[in-house]
Write a protein that binds this ligand. Structure first.
Ligand code: SAM
Ligand code: DTB
Ligand code: SF4
Length: 323
């Protein structure tokens, strides 16, 4: 399999377009079998990391991401709110830890990080989350290398910045920044010594080639991302994508399996969209290589399954939460 994925001399990149598409198109059971083998060889078996999200600055975002309820370009139920205080964030982080989360991810509806009091407050949040013994992750939009270094000094473990879709499809989803802007931020994060969390969304009307190309770009990053969230679009009323059909859960399983095979060392996160998935679909995605979920009743601005439902799901599948 490895030989098929990287024909010698075929491409300076690790994975070619054709090879990734061939992987994605494999019969589902063959794909899952291989993902499972990679999973067993590279990941702690039966272990799922629980991560809790918190929106520390909600709404009013100047970007026009077509999926996003927080964009000021669309009329949604989410409006601009004041930034949370450090105390409020740390209370939420403490609750998340008590519930069993080991990673706390803070999101801000910003196009980019600007130096000043709001960024200083985020740095304090990161310090506080680290004092609680949690992994700290933030997602703040574009970031420069000096800013990433400040985050690293504050103790930040991971920066989330999703590619969302393929380079070719990017402009149909977002016009206010480019795919290369995204890659530049990932480079700044990497240079500062912070681990990279980057993935994407399915269900935005993209083609199978777009899905493969997104995975290929992620897999060809060197080093590869440590964390790959695979989101199913949450179709939020008021956004341009609100009326798209729901995803086929088996496509999500395929994406997870491909991510597991192509980026074997990463934690693959079964991210947004779980409220619309059956327990069986979620368990199959975990079987195919997903080993993290967002935990707690909210994502950033939209609902997530209740914590007790998730605990029951893990228990019934014989999986354990990462300690
Ligand atoms: N503003 C920052 C940015 O875009 O990088 C950080 C926050 S943004 C909400 C983080 C990620 O959430 C997006 O890149 C996207 O992948 C995901 N996301 C946002 N809205 C979503 C939706 N409706 N369904 C699925 N994923 C979504
Ligand atoms: C990621 O890939 N998914 C999370 C996290 N990274 C920041 C965000 C999902 C957001 C879903 C829509 C919302 O709740 O606003
Ligand atoms: Fe803003 Fe991030 Fe939402 Fe895009 S995804 S509109 S950058 S909050």
């Amino acid at each position: 399999m490895t030989a098929m994925l990287s024909p010698p001399g075929a491409s300076p990149e690790r994975y070619s377009r054709k090879a990734v598409r061939a992987l994605y198109d494999r019969p589902l059971f063959a794909l899952i079998d291989e993902a499972r083998a990679v999973h067993r060889a590279t990941q702690p078996e039966q272990e799922v990391q629980l991560c809790t999200l918190l929106s520390v600055k909600t709404g009013g975002c100047p970007e026009d991401c077509a999926y996003c309820p927080q964009s000021s370009h669309y009329e949604t139920e989410v409006g601009p709110e004041k930034m949370l205080s450090v105390d409020d964030v740390l209370s939420a982080a403490r609750r998340a830890r008590e519930q069993g989360s080991t990673r706390f991810c803070m999101g801000a509806a910003w196009r980019e990080v600007k130096d000043g009091p709001a960024f200083d407050r985020v740095l304090d949040m990161v310090r506080g989350v680290k004092e609680l013994g949690l992994e700290a992750c933030v997602t703040l939009g574009m970031v420069s290398e000096p800013q990433a270094r400040q985050l690293k000094e504050a103790g930040l473990d991971a920066y989330n910045h999703n590619l969302d879709t393929s380079r070719e499809n990017y402009r149909s989803i977002i016009s206010t920044r480019s795919f290369d802007d995204r890659l530049r931020t990932l480079e700044a994060v990497r240079s500062a010594g912070i681990t990279v969390c980057s993935g994407g969304i399915i269900g935005m009307g993209e083609s199978s080639d777009d899905r493969c190309e997104m995975l290929r770009t992620l897999a060809n990053l060197d080093p590869q991302p440590e964390s790959v969230p695979i989101n199913a679009l949450v179709r939020v009323p008021g956004t341009p994508l609100e009326n798209l059909p729901p995803i086929d859960p088996l496509d999500l399983v395929r994406m997870v399996a491909c991510a597991r095979i192509l980026i074997p060392g990463a934690r693959v996160r079964l991210s947004a969209g779980r409220t619309e998935l059956t327990r069986e679909a979620q368990v199959l995605a975990m079987y195919a290589g997903a080993n993290s979920i967002f935990y707690g009743d909210m994502l950033l601005t939209t609902p997530n399954p209740e914590a007790d439902e998730d605990r029951a799901l893990l228990r019934d599948a014989g999986l354990t939460a990462m300690g």
